[in-house]
Design a protein around this ligand. Sequence first.
Ligand code: MN
Length: 203
Amino acid sequence: MTHNLPPLPYPFDALEPYIDAKTMEIHHDKHHGAYVNNLNKALEGNPELQQLPVEELLARIGKVPEAVRTAVRNNGGGHLNHSMFWKIMKKGGGGEPSGDLAAAIKNTFGSFGDFKKTFTQAATSRFGSGWAWLLIRGGKLTVESTANQDHPIIDGGKAIFGLDVWEHAYYLKYQNRRSEYIEAWWNTVNWAQVADNFAQAKA
Ligand code: MN
C-alpha cells in the first residue's frame, strides 16, 4: 500500500487562538507530509513491508531490515502519531471527558486535575523532541513520554492520545515557551474522539 497524508479534519485556523493557522498549515502539509513521503520511500522495493499498515510496521519494527529500520521507525511513527493528533483536537474542544474514560482517569489518577498535572509534567519534562501519551500498558491506564516520533505500539503500549511537543508544533506562536503551549492546548482536546480511542484500546 501507499501511505497517504490524511486531510486535516478542520480548517487550518480552527484551533485559534490556541494553535495558530500558520503552524497548523506547516505542521500538517510539510511535516506530516514529509513523514508520509519518506515512509513510502523507505518501503520502496519491499513489497512485503508495503502491504502492512503503519501500526503493524511499528509493532514489528525489530523485524524490519536494518537498512531501513530507523527510517521506518521515525517516519512511520511520525505518520501514525500525527494522524492521531489531528483527530484528538477540534474547534471548541477542551473541558473534561465523560463516561467510561472519565471514570478510568479518576480511578487511576485520583481526579481529572491530577491526571492533567501528571500528563502536563510528562509533556513539559520530555527533553528535546517527543510526545506525551495517555496509554494502556499491561491492562493499566498510564502516562508516559517518548522521544522523537516513537509511538507506544513499538513496545506494546496502546495509545489513547498523545501531545506533540516538538518545537515545530508551537515555535511560531510560543517560541521557547513550551509550557504555555501545553496549557493552551488543553482547550483543543476532542474528548469524544479520545473516548473512542479508549474504547478501542480496551477492546
Ligand atoms: Mn509534529
